[in-house]
Ligand binder design. Structure first.
Ligand SMILES: Nc1nc2c(ncn2[C@@H]2O[C@H](COP(=O)(O)OP(=O)(O)O)[C@@H](O)[C@H]2O)c(=O)[nH]1
Ligand SMILES: [Mg+2]
Length: 458
């Protein structure tokens, strides 16, 4: 994709489209203030001080278009570090269209998605990870997500990475200097210090990678799969948790064929609940595909809620079902359903003895749901989500993963005494991946990809 032209003055609606009490139109670029002056010929816009609001009449020739509030932000003290103008106008779609049209007529062009933030990045207002946090901040729909995004926008872990990267650059150049003097067998780069630095970086990278689990949970929700045999009551449970009739409930086994999904806040944390097709030998093609999907979802889940019908399940078959799930490390919350129908107390005791952590609920009557919710919060360690500097962005996590790999080869290289040339190469790779996070290393593709996901006006 072609990257945005920086010499243009761009304009966009900064508030949501549609009718509102007010609408904000934002201009940025070398001609922003001049264009505002042409829209408001009776106001001395060019003489206005920066950062002060002023009432200004917008005219098209002699026709008054609107009474607006005007603020000029003079470069470099603006979001984009360019000349910026904001008009607050009355929020009718007609007025917004008119003012936009006038700005275009006077020489501005429509901003591309993310172009304001892109300019802020190019002009050095913040690094790439901070620019990405702007998008996260706007999308944040809960307290935790808001805090993580705000933190990241204000610098987050990027500063730490930048500093470590600087130190590493220093060593890389020392090593490369050695190569120039290779005849003379000198060592400019102290190997012991280099190893210590590498270990320090490795520690930071690993800590940040580990935080992604939490960061991702905060941003995208805890992927919680409700699994079990047909008729266990999975759809009933989903509906009860969401407090709405989302999934079809029926006594006919195999009713749910696709994965039904919705989000819900529990204790300030977003959970993505997924109701799935019951696990059994499918009786037709569509159900078979549904069961296949269930198995996929189980693999991707952060938590599995495994539900079974207390009355119609024997201990042996339950144990067999659980081992066939192949859960690995994924936490499991085991739930016996239809406790309202269970009158055989010895049966209950049997299950209780076999599974210490077993919860008894009635999805239909709503019994035991608060306990289930509390258990879910406990499993995701809600308390630990308070940590401030988290990696919440999948791109950052990937770059960290690659950095970790190359760091390992540098360390191995040093220990096995391979040539400085190869070590220097691996260090350059590490520098590259760390730099990708902050944007010190970037390609047009990468930038285009990131900023095109923003919406227009950001
Ligand atoms: N008695 C009783 N019946 C339930 C309970 N939960 C679900 N059911 C019934 O079990 C049948 C299957 O429920 P459904 O949610 O469709 O199960 P799914 O196949 O696992 O999604 C329906 O007739 C539900 O009304 C419960 O807690 N108690
Ligand atoms: Mg169902």
């Amino acid at each position: 994709m072609k990257l945005f032209d920086k010499k243009d003055t761009i304009v966009a609606l900064a508030s949501p489209a549609g009718i509102g009490a007010l609408g904000v139109i934002r201009l940025s670029g070398p001609d922003a203030i001049a264009i505002a002056q042409r829209l408001c010929p009776r106001t001395k816009v060019l003489q206005m001080p920066s950062h002060q609001a002023r009432l200004a009449m917008i005219y098209e020739q002699d026709r008054l278009v609107d009474e607006a509030l005007l603020i000029c932000f003079k470069a470099p003290k603006s979001f984009t570090m360019e000349e910026v103008v904001e008009f607050s106008v009355h929020g009718s779609t007609y007025i917004l269209d008119q003012v936009m049209r006038l700005c275009l007529q006077q020489g501005a062009r429509l901003a591309e998605p993310g172009e304001f933030t892109f300019r802020a990045f190019l002009n050095g207002r913040f690094d790439l990870s901070q620019a990405e946090a702007v998008a996260d901040l706007i999308a944040a729909d809960n307290e935790h997500a808001h805090r993580v995004a705000l933190n990241q926008m204000r610098g987050g872990f990027a500063q730490e990475i930048r500093e470590l990267r600087e130190e590493l650059i220093h060593f890389a150049s020392m090593l490369e200097l050695e190569l120039d003097f290779s005849e003379e067998d000198v060592e400019f780069a102290d190997r012991r210090q280099l190893l210590a630095l590498l270990q320090r970086i490795q520690g930071v990278v690993e800590r940040l990678r580990a935080s992604f689990l939490k960061g991702n949970v905060i941003k995208n929700g805890v992927a919680t799969v409700i699994a079990g045999k047909p008729n266990a009551g999975k759809s009933t449970l989903l509906n009860a948790l969401l407090r709405e009739e989302k999934a079809i409930v029926s006594p006919i086994a195999g009713t749910t064929r696709d994965v039904i999904e919705d989000v819900m806040m529990l204790g300030g944390i977003k959970f993505r609940f997924m109701d799935t097709a019951g696990l059994r030998e499918a009786t037709d093609l569509i159900e078979g595909l549904g069961v296949e999907r269930t198995r996929e979802k189980i693999k991707q889940a952060a938590v599995i809620v495994y539900l079974f019908d207390l009355q119609h399940t024997s201990l042996d078959s339950l144990q067999a079902e659980l081992s066939s799930l192949e859960l690995g490390d994924t936490p499991l919350v085991l739930v016996g359903n239809k406790v309202d129908e269970l009158h055989d107390l010895s049966q209950m005791q049997l299950f209780r003895d076999a599974f210490e952590e077993l919860l008894f609920i009635s999805a239909k009557a709503g019994d035991g749901l608060p306990e289930l919710e509390a258990r879910l919060l406990q499993v995701v360690q809600a308390g630990q989500l308070q940590q401030e500097k988290l990696v919440a962005n999948a791109r950052h996590e990937q770059a960290l993963g690659k950095a970790a790999e190359s760091l390992l080869s540098v360390q191995q290289g040093l220990q096995t005494g391979i040539s400085s040339e190869l070590v220097a190469q691996d260090i350059r790779r590490t520098l590259h991946f760390l730099g990708e996070i902050t944007g010190e290393v970037s390609t047009d593709d990468l930038l285009g990809n990131i900023f095109s996901k923003f919406c227009i006006g950001k």
